[in-house]
Ligand binder design. Structure first.
Ligand SMILES: [Ca+2]
Ligand SMILES: [Ca+2]
Length: 486
């Protein structure tokens, strides 16, 4: 065999080996199933919220891996929360604090790869459905929302439309208008509707994702399912309302005069026109209207839980569960009358405390729990790390891997939640500190006061704690100025 032929053979062998090595490396990467839920607060199984909430599927998923019982969203509404998770950048560095800003118009935010784009750039097939990025763009007023169109190989229903709408029979719409209740546009309304799970917007999203999950495609795959309930309006098939008879609804903890010890200059509730104002206080003699609303929220939670169950069942049927990282999170919480507040946007725990579950084969252990305070800011870094891709330099937040590997280890970072420039909350495993732009402060001891009823900010006994919490905030001059609508 002459030298030329040997050289050619060696070159071919090297080329084949190289291609084989790339394929092996890609094939060795874990899949990711990324489940985002909208407006789900801590009324989930073991999180200690309203204990009557029925979430068997989320509870079962939590049992498979790590359940973070003290996780917090980065923002208290869709845009800042989702933007922080999906771009990996903290509002303190990006300046995106507000619900109205579109991250794609920010030079800082749009210059770095989003989470799905990063996986796509690393050889993943990326598939998404439903609401992942925020579904509206206030500025551009486009139906596509704040989608990263460069990030996906396929999206349902399309890159131009993120499905958040629902079956909404005309006769029920008419009935609603007759009752003076919200229209089908996300207004404050709730009722059982005659529809199958599969006909609901979320049902269509889940159905598309389950088809993708059970396809025998070579990996690795990044699959994202955005579940819209329990976002308003709280319409679900009747079976979910039947789980919660109104007469058996428990009210959340409530203290008359709770807001007497907090500042009055800042009411963070930005949605007074939705119809919340007409709701009775939780201490009123007749709270039937409150219980009916809570029934709607609980029904929507259980519906979302059923959607999660379908996703996990499909993953199990795919035979790829043992090589799939699962992360489930909600973009922020929701008040249902606590502190005389309905909705999101506040800096109290009810607005930021969210479920976070991570199942990582070979890393997490069955039934793992941690009460350490963690932030959804950590999700990007954690997924990049667990997939072995390396954490991009633009990403804020560190990988949660040490906690995933050893649930008993401690976590020294605090979890920040911002509501706007200069107004933020900070949670550790003991206290919650809140500061508003005007300088008003609140401090709560979560071990003795889980409902945040007693503001300790002016209590001399907690002066040192207050000072220690203040010291953890990025100096005012180092907080990025807010992005503004142009
Ligand atoms: Ca939301
Ligand atoms: Ca109080």
């Amino acid at each position: 065999m002459n030298r030329l032929i040997i050289t050619l053979l060696l070159s071919a062998a090297t080329l084949i080996a190289s291609q084989y090595s790339d394929a092996t490396e890609a094939a060795g990467k874990p899949d990711v199933l990324f489940i985002a839920i909208d407006d789900l607060n801590d009324w989930v199984g073991a999180m200690g919220g309203l204990i009557q909430a029925k979430t068997p599927n989320i509870d079962a998923l939590a049992e498979r891996g790590m359940f973070f019982t003290n996780a917090h969203s980065v923002g208290t509404s869709c845009t800042p929360s989702r933007t922080a998770v999906l771009t990996g950048m903290s509002p303190f560095n990006s300046g995106l604090y507000s619900h109205e800003i579109d991250w794609r118009e920010s030079d800082v935010l749009s210059s770095a790869p989003t989470l799905p784009r990063y996986f796509k750039d690393n050889g993943y097939q990326t598939l998404g459905a439903g609401k992942i990025f925020h579904a509206h763009s206030y500025h551009l007023k486009g139906a596509q929302g704040q989608q990263d169109t460069s990030a996906w190989d396929a999206y349902f229903p399309s890159l131009k439309r993120q499905l958040t709408d629902e079956i909404y029979p005309v006769d029920q719409q008419t009935e609603n208008e007759a009752r003076g209740r919200g229209a089908a546009t996300g207004g404050f309304d709730y009722m059982p509707i005659i529809a199958t799970d599969a006909a609901m917007g979320d049902g269509q999203v889940v159905s598309w994702i389950t088809d993708r999950l059970t396809e025998s495609k070579e990996g690795p795959r990044f699959i994202a399912a955005g579940i819209y309930r329990p976002h308003l309006p709280w319409y679900t098939p009747a079976q979910y309302f039947d789980l919660y008879p109104v007469e058996k609804i428990e009210l959340p903890p409530y203290l008359d005069g709770d807001r007497d010890d907090v500042g009055t200059t800042r009411d963070m509730n930005l949605e007074p026109d939705l119809g919340y104002d007409a709701m009775p206080k939780l201490s009123d003699a007749d709270t039937t209207a409150v219980k009916e609303a809570i029934q709607g929220y609980l029904a929507s939670i259980s519906f979302a839980d059923a959607m999660v169950g379908e996703l996990v069942n499909a993953l199990d049927a795919s035979g790829r569960a043992d090589r799939t990282i699962i992360v489930l999170w909600s973009d922020h919480g929701f008040h249902l009358g606590e502190k005389d507040t309905w909705g999101k946007f506040t800096l109290w725990e009810r607005s930021s405390h969210v479920p976070l579950i991570i199942v990582a084969p070979g890393v997490t252990q069955t039934g793992a729990r941690t009460d350490e305070a963690v932030s959804l800011q950590n999700v990007y870094a954690t997924l990049a790390d667990l997939a072995g891709l390396g954490v991009p330099v633009h990403v804020d937040g560190t990988s949660l891997r040490p906690l995933l590997e050893d649930p008993s280890s401690s976590w020294d970072e605090v979890a920040f939640t911002t509501a706007e420039f200069g107004s933020y909350a900070m949670q550790d495993d003991h206290f919650r500190y809140i500061r508003y732009l005007e300088g008003e402060e609140e401090l709560y001891d979560h071990r003795s006061d889980p409902n945040e009823w007693k503001n300790l900010a002016s209590d001399p006994a907690f002066a040192e704690t207050l000072e220690a919490m203040r010291a953890k905030v990025p100096p005012f001059g180092q907080q990025a100025p807010p992005q503004v609508l142009e």
